[in-house]
Design a protein around this ligand. Structure first.
Ligand code: FAD
Length: 405
């Protein structure tokens, strides 16, 4: 079977599906090929305001909102035993004029809902298969699926995750590094309400975070867990019975949510980082984890990836209408994404290492930072805004609806 299209997207995770819906909405013919990762593994994503604006602008948020829980408060508790102890910090969305910082949704639910929307989107052809062999020529790019379909496209978008095959085939160089940490994820139900608050307990091994989830059936109080710890502790905790792990979560989170029980399977993710020399190559562009990867701290990963998607759509719409794989729109995309991606990766890296480094000057600097956030309103509001709606020029699909497009 042979397929000709404007844009081929490799990878049907949240980023690839969103890119497919947005690019088809912008008038391109899009083929999207990838497996749907719909296993429930305790992994959720907190999406901030700019990401929600993207989904609103695409007209899909009303389908996702019932699956998500708004995050109205962010609570940070320093549990490092720091030499400069700080009181718990509570940040409210209303301080920056928002009802909520964003919303938390199970990754599997997000992928399933986006896949259903993708199947109804005119101009978007989604098939569950994997892409193999890539070839890049000056006038087009070609790929083959493992089941024998041959596809030619003006542009191939790599949304195929951290081990991106497209990235390697396009010859994009990477820098990779590891952290002495593993994240355990799980869905939890608990006896007390979460008050729509995300609660982060910063420990010497990394943050332990409870993020609110919506009620499901009779389970009214639910949250997701992202707990970073050293690999030895992760191995021990992964081997615990559900009840034993639940008790350890209760202890670490100071029984804030009352009695906890695990809901379904847990998963463990070794923590690493990846940066690319460029987000584009001849007739190829990368988005989301295929382009950058860092620890799940401050919920930045997919939010950053969706900014890639929104920016790519804008560059292709404005400069690539005739040929979306031409140099001009791809260069514009690479340029537009460099600063945001490197600033986020650096910020997350520093925050993570500031917890791991047990050194007096680092403790002091972190403590002063938290105290300044608590005491200086304008600074706190500026940092909060920066986290949920990054400064600088946001792509049109992420601007408030009134001035978008
Ligand atoms: C524990 C944890 C917690 C996190 N929490 C948050 C959070 O709260 N907020 C946030 O913004 N981010 C969070 N992140 C990051 C976020 O989950 C990722 O950034 C996001 O899922 C990346 O989406 P993606 O579509 O790029 O990649 P993936 O979800 O990895 O999807 C890639 C897809 O490509 C497919 N694929 C691979 N190879 C091929 C091929 N050859 N052909 C076709 N398809 C292929 C894969 O099967 C997969 O479906 C978290 C990450 C972790 C690990």
């Amino acid at each position: 079977m042979e397929t000709q299209t404007d844009i081929l997207i490799a990878g049907a995770g949240a980023a690839g599906l969103t890119a497919g819906i947005a690019l088809a909405g912008a008038g391109f013919r899009v083929a999207l090929r990838g497996d749907l990762e719909t296993r429930r593994n305790g992994r959720t994503v907190a999406l901030f305001e700019a990401s929600l604006r993207l989904y609103r602008a695409l007209g899909v948020w009303r389908r996702l909102a019932p699956l998500a829980c708004p995050i109205e408060t962010i609570r940070i508790v320093d549990d490092t035993g720091s030499r400069l102890p700080t009181p718990p910090l509570e940040l409210q969305a209303e301080e920056i004029g928002l009802d909520a910082f964003g919303a938390n949704i199970e990754n599997a639910s997000l992928v399933m809902a986006l896949a259903a929307i993708a199947r109804e989107t005119p101009g978007l052809d989604l098939r569950e298969t994997r892409l193999d062999d890539y070839e890049f020529a000056s006038s087009d790019a070609r790929a083959a699926t493992v089941d024998g379909e041959k596809i030619s496209a003006k542009l191939i978008v790599g949304a195929d995750g951290r081990n991106s095959r497209l990235r390697a085939a396009a010859g994009i160089k990477t820098r990779e590094w590891n952290y002495p940490q593993v994240a355990i994820t799980a869905l939890l139900r608990h006896s007390r309400t979460h008050w729509r608050a995300s609660s982060e307990f910063h420990t010497r091994q990394g943050p332990c975070t409870l993020v609110p989830l919506p009620a499901e059936g009779a389970n009214r109080h639910r949250s997701s867990l992202v707990w970073l710890m050293n690999p030895g502790e992760a191995k021990r905790r992964m081997a615990l019975a559900d009840g034993e792990l639940a008790r350890e979560i209760e202890t670490q989170t100071r029984r804030l949510h009352g009695a906890i029980a695990l809901e379904g399977p847990r998963a463990a993710f070794p923590i690493s980082g990846l940066a690319c020399q460029s987000m584009t190559a001849k007739r190829a562009a990368l988005v989301a984890d295929a382009a950058h990867f860092f620890p799940p701290i401050g919920a930045q990963g997919l939010n950053l990836g969706l900014r890639d998607v929104a920016q790519l759509v804008e560059c292709l719409e404005t400069r690539g209408a005739d040929d979306p794989g031409a140099d001009k729109p791809l260069r514009a995309y690479d340029r537009a994404r460099k600063l945001d991606v490197s600033v986020r990766a650096l910020g997350v890296d520093l925050l993570n290492r500031s917890l791991l480094w047990d050194l007096p000057p680092v403790d002091f600097a972190r403590g002063v930072g938290i105290l300044a956030m608590a005491g200086i309103g304008p600074l706190r509001r500026a940092l909060l805004r920066e986290g949920v709606t990054p400064p600088g020029r946001l792509p049109a699909l992420m601007r408030p609806l009134a001035d978008a497009r």
